[in-house]
Write a protein that binds this ligand. Structure first.
Ligand code: 4AD
Ligand code: MG
Length: 484
């Protein structure tokens, strides 16, 4: 058997008393032809392997280079040196894979920038920063499943390829096997998708919500957790063309129930990370503090990462209507001094991320839930609020805005009344006939229901303090970039 090894994280938790162990990992440093810092990705902490002088031949020692992979057997003893509590005194060292240190793209001593590491995304997992980020990402994904499982939600796998545009925003990646130089055409010149693979026009999903609603109206509580795709040409630090979204959908929920669940959910994820990934978060907090030292004073965060996460856990999110938010923005000094790039034109306008961030970071200084948005700027499926003034129709939508990120959650109570839903779909040019399956839930035992979508990468950004979304997903897909 090859894989009889102890993970370094577990090793470091042991009491060193001469026990024999085997570890495998990659060389981080090799000093004085004797001391190897070995890392296996289970933690940022390395085990110090001691290759006693004279015990190993020069041929072998020469092959112990940056990022070479080793199998080491030895005894775990209390360390004589400073900086570590234990040494692994090697009795056998096997080089599993050589690494030409001169050619290795990540020379750790030069402190590669995050931008540089993005171009070396195939190797960046071997750095401390990305080791921590992706262990935290894993833990948060696990926490999400645990949260819903403990509450009796059913995990639904909704399709990746679909014929519908759940958000109605037209930001679709088309899926087709038709020859794109000469597709079959209808008499009127349009492409004949009847001849396409699925016999219709299809795209990658932008959201699993619509299918999620079908399941929620049978199971009660469901969630999805899968990749979603948007062909929006947004080259920002918060947008990906391929991102992961968690979409719970609950029957017998109204907007307030929905907000309560979303707030509890976000806090649960943060708490899980704090309890299970403390070491990584402390490392990331330090990294962020270093990064912020480069910024002018007024651009630095008021709180450190850990402090911020604790603050979010211990305070309730501010809840206010869209209408109240517009009033605050309009009356703000920031607006009066014309400091917004996008003018506050008044009720009905769509909020830009600078407006959202003003509310969260400058005005309330905590996460904010905005609700009851104008119908005109939201998706067709949102429940139309009753009793709105003429020209002021709102829907039971809610967005959660987080400091440093902006929108992290978007959700709503759904329109469960068939007549109102159909009328709205027609107004918004959503193909009512094609959506017969969706409308059937409103025909047969319709119920009040609600749900939301949490952008997983934005959540990971929030917890890890990484400022660019490309640094919290292994291989980011963004406009002009699909490497690896
Ligand atoms: O607000 P959105 O578009 O809502 C929906 O898709 C609904 N169907 C959700 C629901 O009610 N079930 O997207 C939800 C969240 C956003 O708040 C944001 O966190 C994230 O998904 N998101 C993105 N994350 C990364 N890159 C992008 N291009 C994103 N677009 C949305
Ligand atoms: Mg949204």
């Amino acid at each position: 058997m090859f894989n009889k090894r102890t993970k370094i994280k577990d090793l470091l938790a042991q009491k060193p008393e001469g026990q024999q162990v085997t570890v495998m990992g990659w060389v981080r440093t090799f000093r004085n032809n004797q001391f190897i810092a070995l890392n296996d990705g289970s933690t940022n902490n390395n085990i110090q392997v001691v290759a006693g002088l004279g015990k190993f031949g020069d041929e072998l020692l020469k092959r112990i280079t940056l990022s070479a992979s080793l199998k080491v057997t030895g005894t775990l003893d209390p360390s004589l040196g400073k900086g570590q509590t234990m040494d692994l005194n090697a009795t056998a060292i096997e080089v599993l894979g050589d690494s030409d240190a001169e050619k290795y793209p990540l020379q750790l001593k030069n402190r590669p920038t995050l931008e540089y590491l993005r171009e070396k995304a195939h190797l960046r997992f071997r750095t401390n920063t990305f080791g921590s980020v992706f262990r935290v990402r894993h833990a948060l994904a696990f926490a999400i499943h645990k949260f819903f499982n403990d509450k009796g939600f059913v995990y639904m796998h909704t399709p990746i390829i679909t014929g519908s545009d759940a958000e109605g925003a037209g930001e679709l990646f088309r899926v087709t096997t038709l020859p794109f130089d000469k597709p079959p055409r209808n008499d009127d010149g349009t492409v004949n998708f009847k001849e396409d693979f699925f016999g219709k026009s299809t795209n990658l999903t932008v959201s699993g919500q619509l299918e999620g609603e079908l399941a929620a109206t049978a199971f009660g509580d469901i969630y999805t957790f899968g990749p979603t795709f948007r062909a929006e040409n947004s080259n920002t630090a918060r947008h990906l063309a391929e991102f992961w979204m968690i979409e719970p959908e609950m029957a017998f929920y109204d907007l307030e129930d929905n907000m309560n669940l979303a707030e509890e959910f976000i806090k649960y994820i943060i708490k899980y990370g704090m309890e299970n990934n403390r070491e990584d978060l402390e490392f990331l907090a330090q990294r962020l503090a270093e990064e912020e030292k480069q910024l002018p004073q007024d651009k630095r965060s008021e709180m450190g990462l850990i402090e911020k996460l604790e603050f979010v856990l211990n305070n309730s999110f501010e809840r206010l209507t869209y209408t109240d938010a517009i009033t605050i923005l309009k009356d703000s000094n920031h607006n009066k001094k014309k400091k917004f790039q996008y003018e506050i034109t008044g009720w009905g306008m769509d909020l830009q991320s600078e407006h959202e961030r003003y509310l969260v970071e400058k005005h309330f200084k905590k996460p904010v839930i905005l609700y009851n948005y104008p119908a005109a700027i939201k998706a067709f499926y949102m429940r139309q609020n009753d009793g709105c003034a003429e020209g002021q129709q709102t829907v039971a939508a809610m967005d959660i805005l987080a400091p440093g990120i902006g929108e992290i959650v978007g959700g709503s109570q759904r329109e469960e009344r068939l007549d109102k839903l159909e009328a709205r779909m027609k107004e918004m040019h959503i193909p009512v006939e094609e959506m017969w399956w969706y409308l059937d839930t409103r025909r047969f035992g319709t119920v009040p229901h609600a749900g939301f979508g949490l952008g997983f990468e934005r959540m990971v950004q929030f917890v890890t303090g990484m400022t660019n979304i490309r640094d919290v997903i292994a291989f980011p897909r963004t406009p002009g970039s699909a490497e690896f």
